[in-house]
Design a protein around this ligand. Structure first.
Ligand code: ADP
Ligand code: MG
Length: 401
């Protein structure tokens, strides 16, 4: 038998147990993919009711910094990955002493801090919005006028538009900085977005990259609302998005699934955020691709060859937020009328098993698939309206025919 190098160790095969940090919906889909492939999964999440913990082989209910829990995880698992970027860096560093952790702590630390993220983009000549670091009000006063109007974003723990304020001038930026209690921020120039696209890719231990077809994303109130594949835009633009995302993965020596969000401005791409994990805009891959983003996460984690990332269908995904449970009455929740969705034959519904619906909380999604992008888009928007998502939020139809 040939000697395996430490760079490409022997693949981890079923029925090994895989470790997942985080028990949300992304972790839950990972558990489903791992189970289908024959693996077992141990989930670490402090929430007793976590969606992934509910279906995992083992749910370790503890904080991410709990050393005993991390010892149990590393002793149980052949490798560990994460479903969210805010795992403490020390947790990943500690685990990696005992067990392979993918993606590496260094990649997660870039994605969990907007200053590190933007600096990484700048250092590697990936186009991005102009920005300034804001550690104090003096940094706002020193910021060039060209950054206004802008967006002030807290550097850590922001998501779904939280921890962000749109600011017209330095006075508004100072007020917003105070409202964030002086937390370190980035001030970004507000760009006039044509639309947004994202690339989800996987990079294997052998360095091979498999890119899923980029999705066009519509956000409502800062939260992803609708993702459509194929995305609007020329072949060249879509290909360039894939190239830039692949460059990011390569420069980081990334192993795992990576989501990269882009703005399209005047036909040019600007990288926005990186997610060191599967991405909400990649949920369409579950129903429309040969291999989905969660199977790809298992494959990269285990050192298996990546699967085919090709889409066999056009797809439009619609997020189902907790607001839907409170349509008639803001104080009392009721189950949405799922029959509206189950009656659409080419619609795939996914609910995450969350215990409580809250406004803005991602409770599930559905994906409509088919061969004709325009028909798929129309059917998805009709279903979206039928389940009760307000018309005023409906996106303009601009998919490629
Ligand atoms: P998060 O997704 O973590 O909340 P983002 O940086 O992705 O934070 O911002 C959320 C959304 O806000 C983006 O998808 C985009 O619609 C809008 N946005 C963010 N930054 C800018 C910008 N510089 N110019 C224009 N729109 C922006
Ligand atoms: Mg984002």
């Amino acid at each position: 038998m040939s000697q395996k190098t430490s760079k490409n160790p022997a693949p981890i095969l079923p029925p090994a147990t895989l470790g997942m940090l985080g028990g949300g919906q992304l972790g839950r889909f990972f558990v489903v993919a791992a189970h289908e492939m024959g693996y077992k999964v141990a989930v670490l999440d402090p929430d007793l009711n976590s969606p992934a913990g509910a279906i995992a082989d083992q749910h370790i209910v503890a904080e991410y910094s709990d050393q005993n829990a991390l010892d149990v995880l590393s002793q149980t698992c052949a490798a560990v990955t994460t479903e969210f970027e805010n795992v403490p860096a020390d947790t990943l560093a500690y685990l990696s002493k005992f067990v392979p952790v993918r993606p590496d702590a260094s990649c997660v630390s870039i994605a969990q801090n907007r200053i590190k993220e933007k600096t990484f983009l700048r250092d590697h000549h990936i186009p991005h919005a102009p920005f300034a670091e804001v550690h104090s009000e003096a940094d706002i006063n020193a910021a060039p006028d060209t950054l206004f109007p802008g967006i002030l974003k807290v550097v850590r723990f922001g998501y779904d538009g939280k921890g962000q304020a749109r600011v017209k001038n330095a006075a508004e930026a100072r007020a917003a900085f105070q409202s964030f209690k002086g937390e370190t921020c980035v001030l970004e120039k507000m760009l006039a977005l044509d639309y947004e696209v994202s690339v989800v890719l996987a990079r294997g231990q052998d360095g091979r990259i498999a890119c899923f077809p980029p999705a066009e994303n519509l956000h409502t109130n800062g939260i992803l609302d609708v993702s459509a594949v194929p995305a609007t835009g020329s072949e060249a633009l879509i290909q360039q998005a894939e190239i830039l995302a692949a460059q990011i993965a390569e420069k980081m020596h990334y192993v795992g699934v990576l989501g990269v969000e882009f703005f399209v401005v005047g036909g040019e791409l600007y990288a926005n955020e990186m997610a060191p994990r599967p991405h909400n805009s990649g949920h369409y891959t579950i129903d429309a691709c040969v291999t989905n983003q969660f199977e790809q996460q298992v494959r990269a984690l285990c050192g298996l060859p990546l699967g085919d990332a090709r889409a066999h269908s056009a797809a439009v995904m619609v997020n189902l937020l907790g607001d839907l449970w409170y349509l008639d009455d803001k104080h009392h929740s009721k189950e949405p009328n799922w029959n509206e969705l189950f009656t659409v034959p080419n619609l795939k519904q996914h609910l995450y098993g969350k215990h409580h619906a809250r406004a803005g909380r991602k409770m599930g999604h559905f994906t409509v698939i088919g061969s004709n992008p325009a028909e798929v888009r129309a059917a998805a928007l009709t279903a979206r309206a039928a389940i009760g998502i307000a018309d005023e939020e409906a996106p303009a139809s601009k998919g490629r025919e």
